[in-house]
Design a binder for this molecule. Structure first.
Ligand code: HDD
Length: 706
């Protein structure tokens, strides 16, 4: 995670370009859209104070008309999203694998704009729902815009783009009553995925913890489709793109996820916004997996099949650069809503494969922008403008902004000296990779795409027991919301082909018949890289709720809160009143949250401060006890000092270690016999260290909670 260097981040060329379109009204007078200063903006023009409004009130009409037209269609998928600016830097020149200019010079910072999103929900739906997350990156390179439009899951539901409208219709709210919002737990989704079993692998991911990210900052990104990298000698390789978050991959638990959706529907956007405002700039490393053209058929899956991943153990991920997000938007609509991505926005050195999903995507994205942003000039909107110059013979269209002088708007021409002239490859002209293609025109799918269950089973078997249990529970939750009994039964029967144990437990939970004796696919390998338990761990940027009331001990400020801050952890006081609490050293600490509106689901860990008076005040508050109870049930780290430990027992957080037993907590303390619970009689270095370690571990799964 990068930190702010000397105050504000340095401006990129894209920032400078956006600045030209940024209008600040500070200290200015109110005008109409025609620049006319207005003396009054509260009263419409009337015939008499109590009379009708007059048609000639141009100010009223302009204001009202603009308002009436303020909405544009939301994205048909990925409607709810959140974006930020940043930059990308390559580690080493990548000339050997690609001629893409932005992947050559480590000193060059290429500006980026990233939009994260959910897929199924509407623009106003909650951030934390069970769903795939979009991870779309626009690189403003010197050779034009390059868009890497990915997800946080490396595979997709379908193999051919022609099924995309069907899949989306099935997962979206059902058409007769528009229920449910932003959920896959309904009949049509499960009907689709069990009648189109190519979806099985992706469904396993969608039921896994990957679909419940703790933060956009803590999820991986994948380009999903197979692309090509081409070097200056014309040598091409197949490539899959990866984004690896420096903070590791972390998820929330399902009960918590659902509660956050109510307590703070903006949980993920707030998290990203706050992190950037605080100077905790999120970072991802860009990785590539490469397969040589002559190795295309060396695998037991088809490398063009978007429902298959390339196990990292077979095809290693080579980390080639890093992206840092360091600036929030100035205006959500102008930037995040109007940004228009397209996997077909490529630069020389990046090309496509025949992946049939990618091929269809190459049509859909521009098409959808025409509807959504209202015409063919969406590339002129500030957020979409390349920093590379744009010259061609395209003219006119809705809301054209550039003024292109001259008599000539066609190619080839003699009158204008044939400008703008096509650039040969040696001058940066894009040349498509000359892949040899031949075949009969057929509506068909290759036999090599037929295995629907092998990698689904590999994924499941590569996970830890806890992750597998979460998948089983997710299936039980989702299918218990499916009303159609045939669909329920079919789900049991289909997923028995992934894992008979999972299917049997599902059948038992939802009143379906046990699956018939099915031989699951023979899984030839496990891929430890797929388990999020094996990813980087860090306490940095985590948020701790400090439960306290009445007074605060100076020793706790110095020996607990200071070391937490030094480890990059944010600690915020939660109490029965907002305002300031006195410390025993004549200081004061600010209470940031009221118990009524705070909730443990909005924090990564809980710390109960000591002090008899304070703890008694908390004990009198059922909300405080619930706060700790819930954090415990969500496997979160819990710490307490002195009398603070009194809050743990009524909250069901186990009990102190019996005398004589081996203590697990801090040295000076009656240790608590529970994983991830750190208790001490008085604050000291060991206590703070144990707490930071417990926070870095994220959740304490060995805890036995009901
Ligand atoms: Fe897509 C948006 C990612 C398959 C058609 N897609 C969209 C966004 C992301 C993805 C991240 C949101 C972009 C933004 O933030 O504005 N889509 C994917 C991935 C896919 C995928 C990783 C599988 C590899 N998509 C896919 C297919 C089709 C589309 C097969 C149609 C053939 N996607 C669209 C779209 C959207 C879109 C309808 C809606 C809004 C937009 O494009 O700008 O064109």
């Amino acid at each position: 995670m990068a930190k702010k260097e000397n105050g504000k981040p340095k401006k990129t060329v894209k920032d400078e370009q956006l600045k030209q379109f940024t209008v600040d009204a500070t200290g200015q007078k109110l005008t109409t859209n025609q620049g006319l200063r207005m003396a009054e903006d509260e009263f419409s023009l009337k015939a008499g104070e109590r009379g009708p409004t007059l048609l000639e009130d141009f100010h009223f009409r302009e204001k009202m008309t603009h308002f009436d037209h303020e909405r544009i269609p939301e994205r048909v998928v990925h409607a709810r999203g959140f974006g930020a600016h940043g930059y990308f830097q390559v580690y080493e020149p990548q000339a050997e694998i690609t001629k893409a200019g932005f992947l050559q010079d480590p000193s060059v910072k290429t500006p980026v704009f990233v939009r994260f999103s959910t897929v199924a929900g509407s623009r106003g739906s909650a951030d934390t729902v069970r769903d795939v997350r979009g991870f779309a990156v626009k690189f403003y390179t010197e050779e034009g815009n390059y868009d890497l439009v990915g997800n946080n899951i490396p595979v997709f539901f379908i193999q051919d783009a022609i099924k995309f409208p069907d899949f989306v219709h099935a997962v979206k709210p059902e058409p007769h009553n528009e229920v449910p919002q932003a959920q896959s737990a309904h009949d049509t989704f499960w009907d689709f995925v069990t009648t189109n079993t190519e979806a099985a692998h992706m469904v396993m991911w969608a039921m896994s913890d990957r679909a419940l990210p703790r933060s956009f900052r803590m999820m991986e990104g994948f380009g999903v489709n197979t692309f090509r990298l081409v070097n200056a000698d014309g040598v091409a390789r197949f490539v899959k793109f990866h984004w690896k978050p420096v903070l590791g991959v972390h998820s929330t638990v399902w009960d918590e996820t659902q509660k956050i959706a109510g307590k703070d529907p903006d949980f993920h956007r707030r998290d990203l916004w706050d992190a950037i405002e605080q100077g905790n700039f999120p970072e991802w490393e860009l990785g590539v997996q490469l397969i040589e053209e002559d190795e295309e058929f060396n695998f037991d899956f088809d490398i063009l099949d978007p429902t298959k991943l390339w196990p990292e153990e077979l095809v290693p991920v080579r980390l080639i650069g890093k992206m840092t997000l360091n600036r929030n938007t100035d205006n959500f609509f102008a930037e995040t809503e109007q940004v228009a991505f397209h996997p077909g926005h490529v630069v020389p050195g990046i090309d496509f494969s025949n992946d049939p999903l990618l091929q269809g995507r190459l049509f859909s994205y521009t098409d959808t922008q025409l509807k959504r942003v209202g015409g063919p000039n969406f590339h002129e909107l500030p957020i979409n403008r390349p920093v590379a110059p744009v010259h061609n013979n395209q003219r006119d269209g809705m809301a054209r902004m550039t003024i292109n002088p001259g008599q000539v708007a066609y190619h080839k021409n003699g009158i204008a000296g044939n400008d703008p002239a096509p650039a040969p490859e040696s001058e940066g002209g894009y040349k498509h990779y000359e892949e040899k293609v031949e075949g009969r025109k057929v509506r068909a799918r290759s036999d090599s795409f037929k295995d629907h269950f092998g990698q689904a089973a590999m994924f499941y078997q590569s996970l830890s027991e806890v992750e597998q249990l979460h998948i089983i529970k997710a299936f039980q939750f989702e299918l218990s919301k499916v009303m159609n009994k045939d669909v329920r039964q079919r789900t049991v029967d289909v997923f028995a082909q992934v894992d008979p144990g999972l299917a049997a437990q599902l059948a038992d939970a939802i009143g379906a018949l046990p699956p018939a004796d099915t031989a699951p696919p023979a899984v030839t390998m496990r891929s430890p890289a797929l388990s999020i338990m094996n990813k980087a761990k860090s306490a940095q940027t985590r948020k701790v709720a400090v439960l306290t009331a009445k007074t605060f001990a100076d020793a706790e400020l110095k020996k607990v809160l200071a070391p937490l801050a030094a480890a990059g952890v944010t600690a915020e006081l939660v109490s029965t009143k907002l305002g300031f609490l006195p410390t025993d050293a004549d200081g004061q600490v600010e209470v940031m949250h009221h118990l009524e509106s705070a909730d443990s689901v909005l924090f990564d860990a809980v710390y109960v401060a000591g002090g008899r008076e304070s703890v008694d005040a908390l004990l009198a508050q059922p909300l405080a006890v619930d706060f700790v109870r819930q954090a415990y049930r969500h496997y979160k780290p819990i710490a307490a000092i002195g009398e603070g430990a009194d809050l743990l027992t009524p909250a069901g957080v186990g009990a102190p270690t019996p005398v004589g037993a081996k203590a697990t907590g801090s040295v000076n303390q009656p240790a608590w016999n529970e994983p991830g619970v750190v208790v001490a009689a008085a604050p000291d270095e060991a206590f703070a260290k144990s707490f930071v370690e417990a926070i870095a571990a994220h959740r304490h799964w060995t805890r036995k909670v009901q």
